[in-house]
Design a binder for this molecule. Structure first.
Ligand code: BTN
Length: 341
């Protein structure tokens, strides 16, 4: 067995945020996109040596950045990078609660795990955790979330709302509405369906999952982490996953940068609405029901802890729980998996 300190060192290494100089270099290259930027200029800007610049450029190439050149000639971007670096995402979310603390990871276990740990350490509301790749992405229940490098969006945000724990379900449903609206802002033809509580479907397959976790007292939320995984540019999925990506469904590549910008803006809007209006919860539940083919009149099978029953959905109750009519009366679904019958 490895000594404890070695285990900690390894896991810490994986949780290292991306070197801030990488974002600085990308910004510099983007600001001077039409010219070759000398290694000396970049080295001066980031207070490093030219050989260090070369090493960092190689690292950026490893992340998929298309940069021409070498130390003798200087460097030039060949195309706009689709990396979720703070320098690239921040301008898109200016004016929202998510602009000030953007954390980027090249590779991480789980952005939700990192965000929960940061929240416990006092990280502020609006902190965002974005990763190019997750090695231990988590789904609801005991599920994992496949998170291959730079093809999906793996995003977790920290919220500290003045809400009762019973209102957190509405927030989680609002996150689904935010995902739907962000996708449709980019391509209005994409028909998104919301499956209670937290699946976002496209052509009947899962295109996004949301994992909401919280730390709360009996009557007060301390903090919430909303983790959102969107399948963006994946080219295939194992059949049994019943999953799709935006690329598979539309036939073209999507900009993850543009989508994450739209997502954080929509989430900001939904969150301010929910926390700033007494009647918002009711409106969110109504909008969720309007945008979901699952909430009313769907034959479903509900599975939880090894047991299952069937019925027909009959709307959401005032707290946001799904109601299902069965031969034994209407059941209120607090958790569990909902499948089409
Ligand atoms: C589900 O549908 O089961 C929820 C999936 C949530 C996946 C996202 S990806 C970003 C964040 N980090 C995680 O480990 N999980 C969530």
């Amino acid at each position: 067995m490895a000594p404890k300190s070695a285990i900690r060192a390894n896991s810490t290494l994986q949780q290292q945020p991306t070197d801030l100089r990488l974002g600085h270099i990308v910004r510099l290259l983007m600001e001077n996109a039409t010219v070759v930027v000398s290694g000396t200029k970049i080295a001066e800007e980031i207070s490093s040596s030219r050989s260090e610049v070369w090493r960092l450029i190689q690292q950026l190439r490893g992340m998929g950045l298309d940069v021409a050149g070498h130390p003798a000639t200087g460097y030039q971007l060949r195309s706009v990078p689709d990396l979720l670096l703070p320098e690239i995402v921040r301008p898109l979310v200016r004016g929202t609660m998510f602009a000030s603390d953007l954390n980027h990871f090249y590779k991480i276990g789980s952005t939700n795990t990192a965000a929960m740990a940061a929240a416990a350490d006092g990280a502020s509301e609006g902190s965002v955790f974005l990763a190019e790749e997750q090695t231990a992405g988590r789904g609801r229940g005991a599920n994992s979330w496949q998170s291959p490098r730079s093809t999906g969006i793996y995003c977790s945000v920290i919220l500290r709302p003045d809400l009762a724990p019973s209102d957190v379900l509405a927030l989680s449903l609002a996150a689904g509405l935010a995902v739907q609206s962000s996708i449709q802002q980019i391509d209005a033809r994409v028909q998104i369906d919301l499956k209670w509580p937290n699946d976002v479907l496209l052509n009947g397959k899962k295109v996004c999952g949301i994992l909401t976790e919280m730390n709360a007292e009996a009557t007060r939320v301390r903090y919430i982490v909303v983790g959102i995984g969107i399948n963006v540019n994946q080219a295939s999925f194992p059949k049994e996953l019943l999953a799709t990506s935006l690329r598979l469904a539309t036939g073209s590549e999507w900009s993850r940068v543009e989508l994450v910008g739209a997502l954080l803006k929509s989430l900001d809007r939904e969150y301010r609405h929910l926390t700033g209006n007494a009647t918002a919860k009711e409106a969110i539940l109504q909008r969720f029901a309007e945008n979901s083919s699952w909430v009313l009149g769907k034959r479903v099978r509900i599975e939880e802890n090894g047991s299952a029953f069937e019925g027909t959905t009959e709307g959401l109750d005032p707290r946001g729980f799904l109601q299902v009519r069965t031969p034994y009366g209407v059941q209120t679904i607090l958790s569990g998996t909902v499948r089409e019958k």
